[in-house]
Design a protein around this ligand. Structure first.
Ligand code: ZN
Length: 267
């Protein structure tokens, strides 16, 4: 089964039905990451429509400043969520340095909760890579997905040594640096994502809406890069995701769903 471990399904608007049918048709297991509380509430509704969609609660670093004094509210939503994301730090695209203390406060609250409740996390790390690794180490949060990593190679290697998983996304189609990162990630830590619907629009500066089937292009690109086949990359990523959720009491339905899927034939 294909795995899209980082998607913003609540952003599809009128294309949501089309996105959900593509997820069913192509059998793409989808981790639907939230940006904030309203986004998570929306994703919970969307999650009821497909067994292949796992909604997770997080507050994106862009939204952290609005939530720095609402930790109790955050806490209630974390309790309700089987995993955590999108969370993280952004000291690059977020230019307002006044939000940085709030970003740190909110992220540390989430990481502490991940530790306490033993939930996996889905992380945005832009220019905060080292700080995030330090936090994962401090709280010993071992099940971490680093989404769209584009930071320094030495921190990448340290994160690999710590055992982080990495989602490679559509930028692998365009960027030599992302190709180098994808090559550096060992097979057992490799995952895939689209970060759609916005990722292609953002990369290509067009108004193209990224649909879920973009995950197939990511898998093809990884196959070319790693001198493998799409089928083998798909199977590898599937095995890695199963391992990520294997001992998680809240995600046994996900594990069962993944293990029951039959390898499909491509056309
Ligand atoms: Zn995202």
């Amino acid at each position: 089964m294909l795995i899209d471990a980082h998607v913003h399904l609540d952003r599809y608007g009128e294309l949501l039905d089309a996105a959900l049918s593509e997820i069913e048709d192509k059998q793409i297991f989808t981790v639907a990451t939230a940006m904030d509380i309203p986004s998570y509430l929306e994703l919970q509704k969307i999650g009821e429509r497909s067994e292949l969609v796992l909604p997770t609660f997080g507050v994106h670093p862009r939204r952290a400043a609005e939530y720095a004094d609402r930790l109790q509210e955050i806490g209630r939503n974390i309790e309700a969520s089987p995993a955590i994301g999108e969370i993280g730090l952004d000291f690059h695209w977020v230019k307002d340095t006044g939000t940085y203390p709030a970003q740190r406060k909110v992220l540390e609250y989430f990481i502490a909760a991940a530790r306490e409740q033993n939930k996996f996390v889905n992380l945005h790390t832009k220019a905060g890579e080292k700080e995030i690794l330090d936090l994962l180490e401090k709280y010993d949060v071992r099940r971490a997905i680093i989404h769209w990593y584009s930071g320094p190679m030495d921190i990448l290697r340290a994160m690999i040594d710590f055992g982080c998983y990495f989602t490679i996304g559509v930028e692998v189609l365009f960027s030599d640096y992302i190709k180098a990162i994808a090559n550096a990630v060992p097979d057992h830590l490799l995952l895939t994502e689209t970060d759609n619907p916005g990722a292609l629009r953002w990369l290509k500066k067009t108004d193209e809406v990224g649909m879920p089937n973009a995950i197939e292009q990511v898998v093809e690109a990884l196959a070319n890069l790693k001198l493998s086949t799409a089928e083998r990359i798909e199977a590898l990523v599937h095995r890695n995701f199963v391992r990520l959720v294997a001992d998680d009491p809240r995600l046994q339905h996900v594990r069962a769903r993944l293990l029951n899927s039959k390898p499909k034939t491509r056309n």
